[in-house]
Design a protein around this ligand. Sequence first.
Ligand SMILES: [Zn+2]
Length: 296
Amino acid sequence: MSGFHRHDELAVPGPLHDHPLVDDYVSAGATRDLKVGDRTLHAFSDGFLLMTPDFIGNPDSPTAGYDMLAAQYGQVRLPLGCFLLRGERNVLIDTGYGPVDNRGGGFMIGGRLLTHLARLGLQPADIDIVALTHLHGDHTGTLGYLNSGEPVFPNARTIIGAADWQPSVVARTAPLPRPGHTLAALFELNARGLVEFLDDDQEIAPGVIRLAAPGHTPGHSIYVVQDHGERAIVLGDAMYCPQQLDDIELVRVGDIDPVLARRTRERLLIDLARHGGMAIGCHFPELKAARVLTGS
Ligand SMILES: [Zn+2]
């Protein structure tokens, strides 16, 4: 039980609690408060992901992205980013991998999300909207309780890019590691009328806009948080590491449609260069937001 404080409600539960990376500032321990106008976008990590060398590369070098991250950080490990915006409606963007016990064979361990919400004074029932970037397992892992598949956020309208439902949930051709409890929760949320499928761009809560950003998955969404002329864009997996903001040819191997994903990245870069603002991906090391410099 070393490192686990039974009576401390903020102790990290599950398989992450005694892992050496539990408080790693780059991955599982990454937290950051991003100021957007008068509002605060809380960024925190559900756990960590270990990247393999061929994860992100370009035509000249299939390991280019990994090599850049390794030069900066040594062991390449990334966070499982989740984002909370408090307000008239409390919005949670993505839910990490959840407390699945992946020790031994796992390259990904999560389970910290609810601890972070408790630290911020929120219970799961306080979340009004769960906005998902896409339905991969490292973004949907806390939608359902592990043992029952019962929805964790019982009051939340759950936003899903419409084009992701068929491949991820119905046909299950997209990877959903340990899908049982997550699928059960998605079906139950849908049966309760709590799932909202979007295929266009629209405001989902005051100051939070969903934009279609397909490529990594067909229905991939990004979320723009704006207040008093400032904005932050939560990129999900539209970009996997900040190096993709500098090099449009850096490709994430797992993008379902690499050509469309490249077009989406290009569109985002032009938008960020033109209109400014912060951009942050769910797996950006240290959960550090980036800006695009126009060079002028
Ligand atoms: Zn991901």
